[in-house]
Ligand binder design. Sequence first.
Ligand code: DGL
Length: 272
Amino acid sequence: MADNRPIGVFDSGLGGLTVVKELLNALPDEDIVYFGDTDRVPYGTKSKETIRKFARQDEAFLLSKNVKLIVAACGTVSSVASDIGNQLPVPYVEVVSHAGKAAAMATKNGKIGVIGTNATINSGEHRRYILEYLPTAEVYCQSCTLFVPLVETGWVDENDPVVYETVKKYLTPLMEAQVDTLILGCTHYPVLSAAIKRVMGEKVTLINAGISTAEAVKKALAENGLLNQSGQKATCEYFVSDITPSFSKIAALLLGKAPQESSVQQVDIEKI
Ligand code: DGL
């Protein structure tokens, strides 16, 4: 059995493109429809009710595009609205559980750090999954509110004093706790990896949820007989709720290449 419908991926903004990058590597034959809620980003500082309402709208939009599987490429949505995702009429993959398992497998000293948005850290979901896989783990959590605005502004260079000092301020407690593994619990954070390593030390293992999530998507497609076997060149369509002036620059940073202009469209997500 094969299925040529696209995979739907969404995030509060452009951070989910770090997951798309890993999906393109792991599943080069799959078409992708991406939605980034660039008009309403960030989600991580909003109330649980608002994040859940936004998640429902984002998922409804992707379903209207006839997707065969939905990826919540957002740590915040994955943490507070996965029960909604699990009721969708198509398979749903989130980014938290796979990261928790990967960290539990990677740690040597049993000390794991988690960084994410306020909503993600307050949910305690990463801690719950880590302890499920490694009950003896010591888990240290830290919300890093300024990381998303830094990334959405394109400020990620580890040699930029503003970037370095911001990262240092948030991560010093985790460094002092001597975590040997750190979950990047927000999909915006992988592009800050160099700055994070500079603060935490080269030896710390960074868990990029996009990599384990792409593997989970591959498995879910195979198990449900949904892999695309048409042999045609895969396409990527990008929808955003606002095409901001810096869109191309930030998208290129997160995706590793600029999306083709013709593949980007604006949608009114409130009207879906
Ligand atoms: N990429 C989103 C996440 O993983 C960013 C959060 C936000 O919009 O605040 O949580």
